[in-house]
Design a protein around this ligand. Structure first.
Ligand code: ZN
Length: 362
């Protein structure tokens, strides 16, 4: 009896500490928890890991909705891997809120979700976000933390290093396992996507340049990834559906080649084990779009990665809604557009002409 009372009291005190922490430093976590309550009946929330900021224990949430069939196509939506890039988490939280509202009346969406599984990982680096850091609480850049080395890494430091955790882009200690946030993502992909015939991931970041970009592998090699023909078919579909879209689709290595990229690692692991197509995309929201309209943003570190004026934040959240909706529809209908063997070679040629050209100049 005494033990039970102690457990209950510990639980209450842990929840109070977490609630205070989130109120002061991590409003995104409160929004995620509110959505989990609001979407009861539609959502299957889970805690896929825990991380600590001092004595505060923070959950890593995954939120599933849609089909539970093992052979359902899967779309994975990740945000907040770089803690300073709050807008990525906010975009996914806003989109999940829209889906929960629409599920109350929209038969088309309900039908879509009988056929596909959506998995949201909206806040993968809560300690980094609470502290306003790019890295996690241990100073490790999670996007440099996978056990995979780049070919010809460039530029120095940005490509990932093992010098010291106080420097940005730190990969972590080679002797240690992956960080819990990175491991949780890898475990989820390994276990939840293993039997799906088609998997698409969208990992939401911000901070790179004047354009909104959609990157695909490899980040650590000048090669195009093995599913570039499928990716080309998808991009062409999007360009025809949204001819005035703002995005630049390109392989990540057109800009830099990094060690330890989680998507390179996950893609390579997946590709060696499964025949199914896995398209890991990274949305890089171009933050200079906001900075140039409000130069005061340059005076704060967070302002370089996130729109600080409320109307611009709302505009950013609206701006990517069409892309997210399109991708969900494309995952549902993947078998209608995935290139058949007789057209695949043509998509491969187009893809190489479009994206491999730049490599020959390097
Ligand atoms: Zn980022």
């Amino acid at each position: 009896m005494m033990d039970t009372l102690l457990d209950i009291s510990n639980d209450i005190s842990r929840h109070t500490v977490l609630a205070d922490y989130c109120r002061q430093r991590l409003p995104e976590m409160r929004l995620v928890q509110r959505l989990i309550r609001k979407g009861e009946g539609y959502l299957r929330p889970d805690v896929i890991g825990t991380v600590y900021d001092g004595a505060v224990e923070l959950p890593l949430y995954s939120i599933e909705l849609g089909s539970t069939r093992a052979d359902a196509p899967v779309m994975l939506l990740c945000g907040g891997i770089h803690g300073i890039e709050r807008i990525g988490s906010q975009l996914l939280i806003a989109h999940l809120a829209t889906l929960i509202h629409r599920l109350q009346w929209d038969e088309c969406l309900k039908q879509t979700l009988t056929e596909i599984r959506l998995i949201f990982l909206p806040l993968l680096n809560p300690v980094g976000m609470a502290r306003g850091w790019r890295s996690n609480g241990q100073g490790v850049d999670l996007m440099r933390n996978a056990p995979i080395d780049a070919e010809m890494p460039s530029p120095w430091l940005v490509s990932g290093h093992r010098l010291a955790s106080w420097l940005p882009w730190y990969r972590g200690n080679a002797e240690q396992p992956m960080q819990p946030e990175a491991q949780a993502l890898c475990d989820l992909v390994t276990h939840q996507c293993a039997t799906s015939p088609f998997v698409l991931a969208l990992d939401c970041h911000s901070g790179f340049g004047m354009r909104d970009r959609v990157w695909f592998p490899y980040a650590g090699s000048n090669r195009l990834f093995e599913h570039v023909a499928e990716l080309h078919a998808l991009v062409r579909l999007f360009e025809r559906a949204h001819p005035h879209h703002p995005y630049l689709f390109e392989p990540q290595h057109h800009h830099y080649r990094t060690h330890g990229d989680l998507w390179d690692y996950l893609y390579s692991e997946y590709h060696t084990r499964h025949d199914a197509a896995f398209l890991p995309l990274t949305l890089e929201m171009g933050s200079w779009l906001w900075v140039k309209k409000n130069l005061r943003q340059m005076t704060s570190y967070s302002g370089l990665f996130n729109p600080t004026v409320p109307h611009r934040q709302r505009r950013t959240l609206r701006r990517h809604h069409a892309l997210l909706t399109f991708l969900i529809d494309a995952v549902r209908s993947w078998h209608n557009w995935i290139p058949a063997p007789e057209t695949r070679a043509r998509h491969q040629r187009y893809a190489e002409r479009r994206w491999a050209r730049q490599d020959s100049h390097r």
